[in-house]
Design a protein around this ligand. Sequence first.
Ligand code: CA
Length: 232
Amino acid sequence: MRILVVEDEPKMAGLLRRGLVEEGYAVDVAANGTDGLWAAAENPYDAVLLDLMLPDVPGIDVCRQLRERGLRVPVLMLTARDAVPDRVAGLDAGADDYLTKPFAFSELFARLRALARRGPSERPPVLRVGNLALDPATRTVLRGSTRVELTAREFALLELLMQRPDEVLTRSRILEHVWDFAYDGDSNVVDVYIRYLREKIDRPFGRSSIETVRGSGYRLRPEPSDDAAHQA
Ligand code: CA
């Protein structure tokens, strides 16, 4: 088992290296996010131990960039005990598990063994409607071959629409899926986000794939012109 440790604090990095080597792991250490990304792309690691507090590229971004580059190596994040938002962001960015500092080596080894058993994480399938493609793993959206940048909320809304093409989704159903329980505003927010989405995935491409179904809600349709546009 070969492990990459991405950790900037020399004392912590040294401690991890010694502990892992004693347990029989091969260990490389990267002292910042940039080196960590480079090493992870160049070498076949069985797992990456990723500290979230790094001096250059934040650990969350290191993880996201690994996934965007198609690297599916298991990632175990190291976070502060009370950093719940960090852990959530890390898991959303594609990390597989986390461990809070300070931790016991026995727990670290157990989690590494569990990750190794699981192997590289399964890649969720890319959603396609017409010439629109959404990749949940890398969180990218393409209209034809053009990449479209969406906010997290817009992405979640489009993902929902693409999971159910041709189906009319009511505002309340969309609210339920895309907004959390804490949201107690009115459903006009759905109309606002549909408008944002149209401005990004439809209007610049001369399309109108998101239909308003009067009195009901919205529906995403592959347009007949998609095939022709694709062949052109
Ligand atoms: Ca650190």
